[in-house]
Design a protein around this ligand. Structure first.
Ligand SMILES: CC(C)(COP(=O)(O)OP(=O)(O)OC[C@H]1O[C@@H](n2cnc3c(N)ncnc32)[C@H](O)[C@@H]1OP(=O)(O)O)[C@@H](O)C(=O)NCCC(=O)NCCS
Length: 284
């Protein structure tokens, strides 16, 4: 697994090689309690969810240590659909240590390690939840922008009605300017799955069309069946996240059903092959 390449990192002082008091190292089981307290300082629900993830694995997680104390946490999850992109995961800096460059130091350390592991791009997902008139992720968005990440897609009403999902892309490798490939194949929708972290949103799952196995199937009828099922299950929206190169036939079907393309993630499946996101908001 790629993250086995991560190693302890030390900052250098001005003279040369002696380590300073601030460094980033892989998160260890003994850190879990402290890291969860740090996350809980920001959000109790996030701490509970993070705790469940940490029970599974700490792979890809890092902590920032300052003067012997954990002051921040970050991590990345490899994207299973591709071999060379990742998603930024739990990223928090303790409140009393914010705006001292720790978040930047921590995530830049992570990015260096991801680069060594062959990851060419990181995506970052966040929301626009408003509490007491304030976007609680405003600081995070300013922080991502400072890191060099740029907004690639906004999906309205994703997490809940009125609460959008924002996805930022951060190139680790300079993107190679490749022409998008010809739309050479096709996909068929083959089921419904819950949209990640969304209340009542579902996604159409898909696989590549195989002329030998699938010739008897009517893709348009399949799509109709899945949409009927989603409506029956009272899905608030139905989404389709599909690769550009296999999308020609699927797009015709989606358009006929009233879907609209809300955006795309560049170079997602491979350089030049975007992930397109199509969506229909249903009347529940
Ligand atoms: C987002 C977060 C990790 C940033 O950590 P940090 O250590 O305070 O960030 P840094 O000091 O490294 O800031 C780097 C740059 O990001 C931007 N930035 C960070 N916090 C900001 C804020 N509150 N308002 C505006 N810009 C901000 C600035 O450009 C800053 O550079 P500057 O201080 O030289 O102006 C921290 O605010 C945090 O833990 N927030 C709560 C958790 C969270 O929202 N995580 C993301 C979940 S989606």
């Amino acid at each position: 697994m790629i993250f086995s390449l991560f190693k302890k990192k030390h900052d250098q002082n001005e003279e040369g090689d002696a380590p300073s008091q601030r460094f980033v190292r892989p998160m260890e089981p003994a850190d879990i309690t402290h890291v969860l307290e740090l996350i809980e300082e920001h959000d109790e629900d996030d701490a509970n969810e993070a705790g469940a993830c940490f029970d599974d694995t700490l792979q890809g997680m890092f902590v920032a240590i300052d003067d012997g104390k954990i002051v921040g946490v970050t991590g990345a999850d490899a994207e299973p659909e591709t071999s060379d992109i990742a998603w930024l995961s739990w990223t928090y800096v303790e409140k009393s240590s914010q705006r001292q460059g720790i978040g930047r130091y921590l995530v830049n350390g992570l990015i260096g390690e991801l680069k060594n592991a062959g990851i060419r791009k990181v995506f970052i997902s966040t929301g626009d939840y408003v509490e007491d008139g304030e976007d609680i992720y405003a600081a995070a968005k300013a922080f991502y922008y400072d890191l060099g990440a740029r907004l690639e897609m906004k999906i309205d009403d994703y997490y809940a009605k009125g609460e959008a999902r924002y996805i930022y892309g951060l190139d680790i490798e300079e993107p190679v300017n490749v022409e998008p490939p010809a739309q050479s194949g096709n996909l068929i929708f083959d089921g419904l799955e819950e949209a990640d972290e969304s209340a009542d949103g579902v996604l159409l799952s898909w696989r590549e069309y195989n002329p030998q196995e699938d010739s008897a199937m009517d893709p348009a009828q399949k799509l109709t069946e899945y949409l009927d099922q989603a409506r029956l299950e009272k899905a608030r929206f139905i989404g389709a996240a599909i690769p550009f190169d296999l999308s020609e036939g699927a797009i015709k079907g989606l358009k006929k059903k009233g879907f609209v393309q809300v955006g795309e993630l560049k170079d997602y499946y491979a350089p030049g092959i975007a992930q397109l996101f199509w969506q229909i908001i249903t009347d529940k």
